[in-house]
Design a protein around this ligand. Structure first.
Ligand SMILES: [Zn+2]
Length: 105
């Protein structure tokens, strides 16, 4: 990876993380209020999440999405959602696995 790309990633990480801190400062509850991220399917805190059209992305996914946009990997949120479908399936499978393990115990 070239230095320029590394700088873009580092800068973006700081910006997106700062958004989370700002949210928590504005509304301390947002750190503990959870929602299901549209992109990674994990249960994540509302702080630092962003609504993009009909999808709400957690702070981690906002970072990945904004980076993908910046690096011209995708054009919009619909394309991002298509490309991350495998990731969601994996997460849902893990969840089901954990759930069935619980039942067996
Ligand atoms: Zn997410």
């Amino acid at each position: 990876m070239d230095n320029n790309k590394q700088k873009i990633i580092k800068d973006m990480q700081e910006v997106i993380y700062q958004m989370k801190l700002d949210d928590i400062e504005e509304n301390p509850n947002s750190e503990y209020e959870m929602f299901n991220c549209s992109a990674c399917a994990k249960t994540q805190p509302l702080a630092g999440s962003i609504q993009y059209s009909k999808y709400r992305l957690c702070n981690d996914c906002v970072l990945l999405y904004e980076l993908a946009l910046k690096l011209n990997k995708i054009k919009n949120i619909e394309e991002y959602m298509q490309k991350t479908e495998d990731k969601r399936l994996e997460e849902i499978c893990n969840f089901i696995k954990k759930d069935s393990q619980k039942e067996n115990n």
